[in-house]
Design a protein around this ligand. Structure first.
Ligand code: COA
Length: 185
């Protein structure tokens, strides 16, 4: 990757997102959304430990990921190449949506994980919606994600997020491409 001034300018774009903000879930519950940091490391690990084997398989493409601690640290260690947004209910971390910038300019790989007992309340939907807006503010215009074809809930959350979304099948995996440049419908 060339180190021209333009690249550097893009790389150091200031994070404009407010400290934390309230959001209402589909079931009427209210959560607080904020960027994660190193103080949240234990909460991120606890959230990943709440997942069932199949949920871990859906998120990490293996039921027994050996790198949960380094994964949690990659979310908690802020940088201008990533952004991890947490949803908190009564101070407890119940979901995380994160993006890591790809080598391709304007593109980032997105992933979501919600605590097992909090599924189907709208947490994933609220997190993806807000992270998409923040990504736009930070100069990104595409989210990509590899999703297992059998992960219908994640497919629904991504295809119903409102942005144009294309899906390319590759065996048991789908490459989902969300165009953030268009306003959500
Ligand atoms: C996949 C995952 C992130 C989805 O998050 P979630 O919080 O369960 O999803 P949501 O509740 O926001 O939405 C799921 C669907 O339920 C619906 N729903 C949620 N709450 C609802 C409610 N109270 N009433 C009616 N419908 C509701 C949503 O509308 C959505 O359907 P839609 O997309 O047609 O609108 C979560 O299930 C998870 O963490 N799974 C394990 C890890 C994983 O697979 N991660 C993705 C890897 S790429």
């Amino acid at each position: 990757m060339s180190s021209s001034a333009d690249d550097c300018a893009v790389m150091v774009r200031v994070d404009e997102s407010p400290a934390s903000e309230a959001a209402t879930l589909l079931d009427g519950g209210v959560v607080s959304l904020r960027r994660l940091d190193l103080d949240d490391l234990d909460s991120i690990i606890a959230l990943s430990e709440s997942l069932t084997e199949s949920e871990r398989y859906f998120r990490f493409f293996t039921a027994y990921p050996t790198y949960l601690k380094s994964w949690a640290r990659s979310l908690a260690e802020r940088s201008n190449k990533q952004f991890a947004l947490g949803a908190f209910e009564s101070g407890r971390l119940i979901g995380v949506a994160s993006y890591f910038m790809c080598n391709e300019p304007g593109c980032a790989e997105v992933a979501i994980v919600v605590a097992h007992q909090e599924h189907m309340r709208g947490v994933g939907t609220v997190l993806l919606g807000r992270l998409g807006q923040i990504a736009r503010q930070n100069g990104l215009d595409r989210f990509v994600a590899d999703v297992l074809a059998e992960n219908f809930l994640m497919r629904k959350v991504m295809s119903d997020a409102g942005w144009p979304c294309t899906i390319h099948a590759d065996g048991s995996e789908l490459r989902v491409d969300i165009n953030l440049a268009e306003l959500p419908q």
